[in-house]
Design a protein around this ligand. Sequence first.
Ligand SMILES: N[C@@H](CCC(=O)N[C@@H](CS)C(=O)NCC(=O)O)C(=O)O
Length: 221
Amino acid sequence: MNRLYHVPLSPFCRKVRLTLAEKRIEVELVEERYWEQTPDFLRRNPAGKVPVLRVEGRLMSESQAICEWLEEAYPAPALMPRDVDARYEVRRLCNWFDDKFHNEVTSKLLYERVNRKVQGTGYPDSKNVKSGATRIKYHLDYMAWLLDQRRWLAGDSMTLADFAAAAHLSCLDYISDVDWDRHAVVKDWYVKLKSRPCFRSLLADHVPGLPPPRHYIDLDF
Ligand SMILES: N[C@@H](CCC(=O)N[C@@H](CS)C(=O)NCC(=O)O)C(=O)O
């Protein structure tokens, strides 16, 4: 059986979960308290990070490398376009969310508000939270600008770029940190993704001691 070592509110793990589910690849989810850095975990991934995927007898880490491997090993349904320029755009946007958005927003809001609590590393730093709450507006504006020109973030078809973005936003939505009223076009895009079967497992996530708000699972929020 394939196995994904993950934590529920990790955008990198969620991107891999969406990709696996969209491609209908069955996987057992195993929660990994990565901050405990157990010897078993470090044997699976010496970098000490989740996600780690055990598939077809091999161990894989690094979410983007995993997703692109899945795309090549399980090409249907496609999550990368065929055209070389369009593929570039998907990769650029995956990196936008996993690097820039992650550093400016996810780490400032989710990691301060949730990871500190779960890992027992103190109280949120209000300066960071304020900065994340300001920066997310700029990112939502950028997404709206893209979606005014395209059906999906990277072009006319749904791709890994949409999964990367939705993975971050869904974590932040779990803690009510996304202003969905800022841009109707971004909300419509998220509703389309949230309604897909691949999203079901994410909507079922429940972190002990931190229940999601009602709108988190609501498809008509
Ligand atoms: N570039 C990695 C980042 C993964 C990552 O940072 N995961 C976090 C959890 S959301 C983690 O395991 N952090 C532990 C650490 O940085 O030591 C990927 O895309 O898989």
